[in-house]
Design a protein around this ligand. Sequence first.
Ligand SMILES: Nc1ncnc2c1ncn2[C@@H]1O[C@H](COP(=O)(O)OP(=O)(O)O)[C@@H](O)[C@H]1O
Ligand SMILES: [Mg+2]
Length: 218
Amino acid sequence: MSAVQVEAVKLCQSFRVGEECVEVLNGVDLQISCGETVFICGTSGVGKTTLLYALAGLERPESGQVLFEGVSLYEVSHVRLAKLRNSRMGFVFQSYFLLPELTVLENTLLPAMILSNRPTSRAQELLDQVGLGKRGHHLPAELSGGEQQRVAIARALINKPIIVFADEPTGNLDLRTGKTIIDLLLNLVHQEDLTLVVVTHDPHLTRRGDRWVRLKTG
Ligand SMILES: Nc1ncnc2c1ncn2[C@@H]1O[C@H](COP(=O)(O)OP(=O)(O)O)[C@@H](O)[C@H]1O
Ligand SMILES: [Mg+2]
């Protein structure tokens, strides 16, 4: 039995939309073990992004706790939380979020530069692994969507995180490209022995992990 890496305890989140209060998370409990690949699925609007952001320390839930390696994410300082996210977690989003004015290599290096590192050889190695070894000097606009997502994956791994959070990583891609992106992500997390948490509305993807979880309304 592996140690628990992330634990959500009674997470609640609701949003006020006009007069109405929409309950999105209603006491969600979840445990994710070290090295596990978990797919969280559910229909659009059910609260997958909200849950992922809460788990990753990106958005404080209304109530409940997230323990990351035993540290309660929303009880530490902003500075400590930001450091923890940058050094221990990697992120991949549906819309890639590459900086358009930076090259592929610079985008890959960005989370490391925040720590005042410039591990160019690791960035190059990661770009080789995602199949973009020769595209380091290109700008994101010169790449296809699938290629941009490959850069985002390399960027997510640059600081040697222990966990990668991915929010609909194939959401903007055609079926075939999406499959290669998931293959790549799974290969890399296995190779680097990382935990992976993927959120998706695509029920076909959920079988690819060690475990899948369905989020239901409320
Ligand atoms: N900042 C916000 N303000 C108001 N409503 C929000 C906000 N963020 C999310 N919601 C609402 O919460 C629900 C869940 O959103 P989300 O977590 O993005 O769902 P999913 O990722 O499963 O599609 C949706 O109804 C959405 O409109
Ligand atoms: Mg979402």
